[in-house]
Design a protein around this ligand. Structure first.
Ligand SMILES: C=CC1=C(C)c2cc3[nH]c(cc4nc(cc5[nH]c(cc1n2)c(C)c5CCC(=O)O)C(CCC(=O)O)=C4C)c(C)c3C=C
Ligand SMILES: [Fe+2]
Length: 492
């Protein structure tokens, strides 16, 4: 059983049919703000919370800025009256290079992220140097991929479209909200989005990473950045917000994925023989096994829920989950997508439907890696009929479900919602990350040559030796004209 932060899943999760019955602004008072678990509310408090929610929903530009008391089963404003409320939603995403010239600086930003290349503390000063080296070495290969899909990533446009569609869906549900896009490694950067949020005078913010499953390397990295930006800015410090850390188990999302799968399955001649092949972006195995990243568990659960829905619709196809896009020599989550495709081919599978699962937009890894590389590999391995489920992008059912997720999260602004179906709790950034840090362990670096060391001083020396090693390697590369680091770090 994986644990993440203070969460321990005690029962297998099911689709979320019923949302938590808590309310708006009175809830932080009811639950005395921190450490609240749904089970600790009394029936009266629950009823009060529900009552208040109805009232809040019917007056969507008004909220109570002051604490509430519970009187006679109803939430009553304790002090001041209503204040103007401006709701914002911040969509977090990875970002991608828009032109081939952007590829190298984009890769630098990615590898400069300590959640992507995790170095021992004593070697962290090397991160920018390492990011420069790896981005320089990887850029030509990456650029080839981006060239093959038209010269840049489609991520910005798709995410902007998702933001507009989400704002429209929220409006249709009676909630006015500005939706902002904050990318981790390229424009529009998260910092830019926060400037807009401040300028627009947002008073309540829902933070929604566009990754269905939580990983330290994706949502975790964006939240970590947000945390430091919030800490260093008074206006942001005071901004009431809540985070939806993952949403892989939501019925709307699961149904939308099942719709797409069933639609593509029907295109095959011999539907029952089709292998439904989920391909998720991989992460280093140590993230899951040593740092408690819930990514693998959430991924497996997500696939289970989707396949249960597909099966409920009368399709009894078998399925596989594999992990793609490994970077570097360290072990990543297995099975690897390429190995699985070869194995399925060898087992005589003739029809394969690829389902990208860790990301909700088309991007380089769907358009190039899956549609080109893995398709070719599948055909070489004996697969005769190939199909691929499109990414959700602005799929109406999916966007509607995101809008519901935002509406359901709004009452939690400023508080931590105890155990939900998700392994990572809904809640305030600081509380969420504090919980995360309590359990967090330092990971060994994915760069194998720095993994030794057992004392503080040894770590310091390892850092120094690593720096000397890098400089020596660079000098050796320069004099021999051969790329040594390329082989060491970028093997795929
Ligand atoms: C859930 C999705 C993703 C996880 C987990 C993830 C982890 C992860 N990624 C790298 C390295 C690279 N990722 C790159 C691109 C990229 N990654 C994701 C998603 C996840 N990454 C997306 C959607 C994209 C594509 C963006 C786009 O432009 O379309 C790249 C650059 C492309 C390439 O050269 O392959 C790298 C490099 C690591 C090391 C990592 C976990 C530690
Ligand atoms: Fe990635």
């Amino acid at each position: 059983m994986a644990s993440f932060g203070f969460l321990q899943r005690t029962a297998p999760s099911t689709l979320v049919e019923e949302r938590p019955t808590c309310s708006g602004r009175c809830l932080p008072v009811i639950q005395r703000c921190r450490g609240w678990a749904r089970g600790r509310l009394t029936t009266t408090e629950r009823r009060a919370a529900a009552t208040h929610r109805v009232r809040a929903a019917s007056t969507d530009v008004v909220c109570f800025e002051e604490p509430h008391d519970i009187k006679g089963g109803k939430a009553v404003a304790a002090a001041a009256g209503p204040a103007v409320d401006k709701v914002g939603v911040l969509l977090l995403n990875l970002g991608g290079p828009e032109t081939l010239d952007d590829v190298k600086p984009f890769l630098f930003n990615l590898f400069a992220d300590p959640e992507i290349i995790r170095l021992p503390p004593a070697a962290q000063f090397l991160q920018p140097l390492l990011a420069t080296i790896i981005s320089t070495l990887r850029a030509p290969k990456s650029a080839e991929g981006y060239k093959a899909i038209g010269g840049g990533s489609p991520l910005r446009k798709i995410t902007d479209d998702q933001a507009s569609a989400l704002a429209a869906a929220l409006r249709a549900k009676g909630q006015a909200a500005n939706v902002y896009v904050g990318m981790r490694y390229w424009h529009p950067y998260t910092e830019e989005a926060l400037e807009h949020i401040k300028r627009d005078g947002v008073t309540r913010l829902v933070i929604l990473p566009l990754y269905p499953q939580f990983s330290i390397s994706t949502s975790g990295s964006s939240l970590r950045l947000l945390e430091s930006l919030f800490k260093s800015d008074l206006a942001l410090k005071q901004l009431r917000h809540t985070v939806i850390p993952s949403w892989y188990q939501r019925r709307g999302y699961v149904n939308a994925m099942a719709d797409l799968i069933v639609h593509e399955l029907r295109k095959f001649d011999d539907v029952p023989s089709v292998e439904v092949f989920f391909s998720a972006h991989g992460v280093p195995k140590s993230y899951v096994e040593e740092a408690g990243d819930p990514y693998k568990e959430e991924m497996e659960e997500c696939v289970r829920l989707i396949m249960a829905e597909v099966s409920a619709r009368g399709f009894s196809n078998t399925h596989t989950l594999a992990y793609q896009s490994r970077v570097g020599p360290a072990e990543w989550l297995k099975p690897y997508t390429d190995d699985s495709i070869r194995e399925l081919g060898a087992r005589g599978v003739k029809s394969l439907l690829a389902v990208p699962i860790s990301f909700v937009s088309e991007h380089i890894e769907t358009l190039e890696e899956i549609d080109m590389e893995y398709r070719e590999l599948a055909i070489e391995s004996g697969v005769r009929h190939w199909g691929r489920v499109p990414a959700l992008n602005t799929n109406t059912a999916f966007i509607n479900d995101l809008a519901d997720a935002v509406l359901e999260a709004l009452p939690y602004v400023g508080c931590l919602a105890g155990p939900t179906d998700s392994l990572v709790p809904l809640g305030d950034l600081e509380m969420l990350l504090q919980a995360y840090d309590r359990e967090r362990r330092t990971l060994p670096s994915p760069v194998v040559m720095w993994e030794w060391g057992w004392t503080k001083s040894a770590e310091t020396w390892n850092g120094r030796i690593a720096m000397i090693a890098i400089i020596a390697i660079l000098l050796a590369e320069a004099s021999s004209g051969q790329s040594i680091l390329k082989g060491l770090l970028l093997a795929e």
